[in-house]
Ligand binder design. Structure first.
Ligand SMILES: Cc1cc2nc3c(=O)[nH]c(=O)nc-3n(C[C@H](O)[C@H](O)[C@H](O)COP(=O)(O)OP(=O)(O)OC[C@H]3O[C@@H](n4cnc5c(N)ncnc54)[C@H](O)[C@@H]3O)c2cc1C
Length: 333
């Protein structure tokens, strides 16, 4: 009987570690899936001075870590990293490779899949194991009008990129143990075609919208950029973050990185306040995990109103102002 365990690999994207938690979320999900296929959960990471990340990944559930450490891997390089991943995947033959759908992951994973001659489901919002032991990759499809369930029955590894925020990380535990496999860097890695001169970290909000317990979301029904800005006052009073729909991003009322929906962020707040949003599937596919939804819309038949726990038929802007006034009063008392 073959007792060798299968391998679930999670690519370690440790850039901006304290904000970018997707690798930890994938390790958590891999831990949930692994017993179903008798697999080990492994992190794979490349870089220079990466010891602290190896320790972190073990503390967050990696049973094994494959690490390639070299000065030339200091900066994330899509071309080099893809060749390296191909090389070690061919050697260790993982069953599954999961990559965070970060800007880097979205460039990196398809290149790896092509090199390994396997399929890839991009931007998954869920992962399960089928009765036959295949990875069920759940992702919005056909412009978000359908949620597709995809399997890769004939090729290995099964590969998916997964949206940040789709899963919950498991808490850090220093007492966890893991095996570390140091792999020497291969010769003849491609040279970087892009030379990194400098980088500046983008100013981020206090917390990520994917992790926020309260999200105030606004849509076209807010009426104007000026009125939309009121949602930021409300979010501040509630200790939350502001998100919005595609039309408000296109109109320049909101930064693109706060777009909620198929083309943006997946959120799971305890409370979602939705102002002037119709509830198109491309938006609601990423809000349907909110614990409690309060929707404000002048149209009682809007889909968002039907999805809400509390639906308030009102002018979104006026209601927002009333709420701000009420909260300010309460805070002063
Ligand atoms: C491929 C593709 C990807 C997409 N990805 C996304 C995505 O990631 N995220 C996303 O959000 N959308 C996305 N969309 C767009 C999506 O289909 C919808 O068009 C969009 O979500 C609608 O935004 P909205 O609700 O703000 O606007 P609308 O649909 O125009 O709705 C406005 C709502 O405001 C209400 N309203 C109007 N005035 C008031 C008022 N004074 N007070 C209260 N309520 C009022 C109206 O009754 C209406 O319900 C995508 C579309 C495609 C084709």
């Amino acid at each position: 009987m073959n007792t060798t365990k299968r391998l679930i690999w999670v690519f370690g994207d440790y850039r901006n570690y304290f904000q970018n938690r997707v690798t930890l979320q994938l390790l958590a999900k891999a831990n949930e899936l692994a017993p179903r296929i008798n697999a080990e959960v492994c992190a794979v990471l490349f870089g220079h001075h990466i010891d602290e990340f190896i320790t972190e990944y073990i503390a967050h559930g990696a049973q094994k870590v494959y690490a390639v450490e070299h000065q030339s891997l200091k900066n994330y390089s899509v071309e080099k990293y893809a060749v390296l991943m191909e090389h070690i995947a061919k050697k260790f033959r993982p069953e599954i490779i999961l990559v965070g759908a970060t800007s880097f992951g979205k460039e990196f994973a398809p290149r790896v899949a092509k090199r390994l001659g396997t399929g890839l489901t991009a931007d998954c919002i869920g992962l399960e194991i089928t009765a036959e032991g295949h990875l069920l990759q759940i992702a919005p499809s056909f412009g978000g009008n359908l949620i597709a369930e995809i399997i890769t029955p004939d090729h290995r590894p099964q590969m998916a990129t997964v949206r940040p925020g789709a899963f919950q990380e498991i808490p850090h535990d220093n007492l966890r143990h893991g095996e570390v496999i140091h792999i020497p860097i291969m010769k003849n890695l491609p040279k970087d075609r892009v030379r990194l001169i400098d980088y500046k970290r983008q100013a981020t909000r206090e917390q990520k919208i994917e992790d926020a317990a309260v999200v105030v979301c606004g849509g076209r029904g807010m009426g104007s950029k000026k009125k939309f800005r009121k949602l930021f006052d409300l979010a501040e009073l509630m200790g939350g973050e502001v998100g919005g729909t595609r039309p408000v991003v296109y109109a320049g009322w909101l930064d693109p990185d706060a777009l909620v929906g198929q083309a943006g962020k997946h959120i799971k707040p305890k409370i979602l306040l939705s102002f002037g949003i119709s509830g198109a599937i491309q938006h609601t596919a990423s809000t349907n995990e909110a614990d409690f939804i309060i929707a404000v819309n002048k149209n009682p038949n809007a889909t968002m109103m039907k999805m809400a726990d509390v639906a308030i038929v009102a002018d979104a802007n006026q209601f927002c102002n009333t709420l701000i006034k009420g909260l300010r009063k309460r805070i002063q008392v």
